[in-house]
Design a protein around this ligand. Sequence first.
Ligand SMILES: Cc1ncc(COP(=O)(O)O)c(C=O)c1O
Length: 353
Amino acid sequence: MAQAALEAAEARFIANNPLSKKQHELAVGALPGGNTRTLLHTSPFPLTMKQGKGAHVWDEDGHKYLDLVGELTAGLYGHSNPIIRQTILSTFDNVGLSLGSTTVQEHKHASLLCSRFKLERVRMANTGTEANMHALAGARHYTSRRKVIVFSGGYHGAVFSFPAGKAAPNTVDKDDFVVIPRYNDTSLAMNTIKSTPDLAAILVEPMQGAGGCIPGTKEFLHAIQDAAHEVGALFILDEVMTSRLAPHGLGVELGLKPDMVTMGKYLGGGLAFGAFGGREEVMAVYDPRVEGSLAHSGTFNNNTLVMSVGYKALKRVFTEEACGELNERGDRLREKLVEVTKGSKIRFTGRGR
Ligand SMILES: Cc1ncc(COP(=O)(O)O)c(C=O)c1O
């Protein structure tokens, strides 16, 4: 019976979305599987979106949807924020897109990120994946060690993903990761941390995102932070998804003091962005004035458009107050959803928005 219902639903989907179907058939001629971002592939074909306005998106067949995907938190500002629009236009008109030099604006954005998220120093990148890559390279350089502990279900970017207790096949430096099979299992983590030689860092999300929106308990996160320090490893908090969950990020909210924090998503104001920061002494591994420091390159690391838009969006739109309100609304929505689905197999996890 379930199979018949599923087949009927699929037939309806195909009949209702002829232009998305046609677009998919065209796209496979240039993109493998018609896709350039695996997450977005669905069978028999994904919907092709045509336009976003405010909090809504429209597909090629003209259907209107409430955009609850929110570009997986990068779309936090919606599709039509006037401050973001104005900043894009004025940067183009008055500054230029890429000046091939340092600018005042990158310092402004860096200072804002430092004060908002309680970091001593920060460096920019283009994605959360890159931010984690550089943070790990920095930790390895700082400690002169190689191994990194991560947790099953952890997602730290396109080439750092650890589903089902194992590094995904495309993980970079795969053999250097030790994957703890259960998140939030303090005693298992303690044993592994203490018995892993050559440990450079523990990399963890304070709430697992791709792993199912599982909040880390305060006790677990503090215990692994302390254990990392006991064995001389760095504690790196991946806040690419979670920095939006509290005015100064989820780590600060939980009283954590990570050596490094990685960020991205909405902090580019809706444009591609990543950043990693932390203690001055640790971040000094990337200080080009210091002999033997690590290089950190990236043509677009400090591009004027993202530095301007990310800065304005955080300073003027996603203020500390707005952050509090948004997350309260998210909590209320989830509580309601839990209430109305009581007794069914549907589960809603997470915190905030
Ligand atoms: C926790 C976490 N870290 C890192 C990343 C990677 O960010 P990006 O997709 O910008 O490379 C993501 C993306 O979803 C993420 O959720």
